[in-house]
Design a protein around this ligand. Structure first.
Ligand SMILES: Cc1cc2nc3c(=O)[nH]c(=O)nc-3n(C[C@H](O)[C@H](O)[C@H](O)COP(=O)(O)O)c2cc1C
Length: 304
């Protein structure tokens, strides 16, 4: 199984077969994999509490919350519950901040579980006080995550290119669990590479639009007239320049008057845009927009 296949199969499993139950030696193997993981400052502050005993499992289960998006489902019923748990805790004597060590460890354990024909689910929604009492956990340990494990008893399928914004996941009439994943194009931020700053100063806001597509059409129309422009997303900036739309079209200071004229011509001519929705703001000469750019420059300077 290559990495992509392993990752594809490593879904959050929340319903399990009861036989065969996961054995302690398997849990130890899984924890052993985490020894190979990266750790911030190589502090390796994580410790793991193992459970494959039915009584202890029952006690741990009582402190976990399952699949918040499946509102009519209270979690796995008796007979489909995990047969083992690994509770990931942070040792505060080793580190005060565990960074994302526990996320890396959790994914590593789940990948190892899949490789062994098992499945599991990372659980962060935990009654931590109750679980610490149940486990008799000394106060130096902070409960970070619980991993529920067992032989999968449900089918989970990925929905590629579907946004999870409306429905994070769902279960169909046949009990199959569907998990939407965003398309890769949605994950990659493409930022303007070139600065529009020229000898006269920083870029100036020309117009504000509701959508990226509308802004892109203005940028293209300006380009046809030999005026370089960029669409800039970001409400924080919009606020500082008094424009309300989600996307601002920026131009070089030297091009501002020409760009305004071009915009007027576009407004008079045929266009798909609903101009009543377009916010043509008054650009600052060298005021707040300049300030924004100074801020940006400072942030860049600090990083470099
Ligand atoms: C950090 C983290 C915390 C999570 N907490 C919970 C939880 O408390 N309860 C639960 O049922 N699932 C939990 N999940 C599982 C997510 O709901 C699941 O990863 C998501 O629906 C995507 O499904 P997939 O893991 O199959 O890709 C958690 C996952 C992660 C990574």
């Amino acid at each position: 199984m290559n990495l992509e296949e392993l990752l594809t199969r490593t879904r959050s499993i929340r319903r399990f077969r009861q036989e065969p139950a996961v054995e302690e030696k398997t849990l130890i193997e899984l924890v052993s994999l985490t020894r190979l993981c990266g750790s911030a400052g190589n502090r390796q502050p994580l410790k793991y509490v193992l459970s494959c005993d039915p009584e202890r499992n029952r006690a741990i289960f009582a402190h976990l919350r399952w699949a918040a998006a499946l509102q009519d489902w209270p979690g796995p019923a008796e007979g489909e519950r995990p047969t083992a748990y690994i509770v990931i805790v942070g040792d505060t004597r080793i580190a005060k901040d565990f960074h994302c060590d526990h996320g890396i460890a959790a994914q590593t354990i789940l990948l190892g579980a899949t490789e062994r024909g098992l499945g599991g689910c990372t659980i962060a929604s935990i009654d931590r006080v109750g679980l610490a009492q149940t486990l008799n956990l000394p106060t130096r340990y902070e409960i970070l995550l619980v991993l529920a494990l067992g032989v999968p008893g449900e089918t989970v399928v990925l929905e590629h290119g579907t946004s999870p914004d409306n429905v994070p996941y769902w279960r169909d009439a046949d009990g199959v669990h569907h998990v939407p994943k965003r398309a890769v194009e949605e994950l990659i931020l493409r930022l303007p590479e070139k600065s529009l700053t020229d000898e006269e100063g920083s870029p100036q806001p020309l117009v504000s639009l509701a959508t990226e597509a509308e802004a892109a059409s203005i940028v293209a129309a300006l380009a046809e007239r030999g005026i370089e422009a960029q669409a800039l997303e970001g409400t924080a900036f919009a606020g500082t320049i008094g424009l309300d739309g989600a996307v601002q079209v920026m131009v070089k200071q030297a091009d501002l008057q020409r760009a305004k004229q071009a915009l007027e011509e576009l407004q008079k001519g045929a266009s798909d845009l609903d101009w009543s929705e377009v916010d043509v703001g008054e650009a600052e000469e060298n005021g707040e927009a300049e300030e924004y750019n100074d801020e940006n420059q400072r942030a860049t300077d600090e990083k470099s």
